[in-house]
Unconditional design. Structure first.
Length: 101
């Protein structure tokens, strides 16, 4: 990953379909795997909120498939939940924290 000020295509892409507005996919290519974390810009001016981690499989003749299959719907539901109550947002400041188990 590299630090950038503005995320633009092809690094991010808005999901197609009005029902998924305003959800975006972050496009990360790995070892033959297409990772697609889903999120939205907000709630603050310079914020991007991650809603769910996902993968997307596409073929030349196939309709893209998502893993988990309901990733887009889950992202939209979480977005709507956050719009009703901001208590569901957790802020990440980028600092590494050790987790004691």
């Amino acid at each position: 990953m590299r630090k950038i000020k503005i995320w633009e295509p092809p690094l991010v892409k808005k999901l197609q379909g009005k029902k998924y507005d305003p959800i975006y996919e972050i496009r990360i290519s790995g070892d033959r795997v297409e990772y697609r974390p889903l999120g939205y810009y907000g709630p603050g001016e310079k914020d991007f909120t991650l809603l769910i981690g996902a993968r997307k499989k596409s073929g030349k003749r196939k309709k893209p498939s998502w893993e988990p299959p309901e990733a887009r719907e889950t992202a939209k539901k979480r977005y709507e939940l956050i719009q009703k109550d901001k208590k569901y947002i957790g802020e990440y400041d980028g600092d590494q924290q050790e987790i004691n188990s």
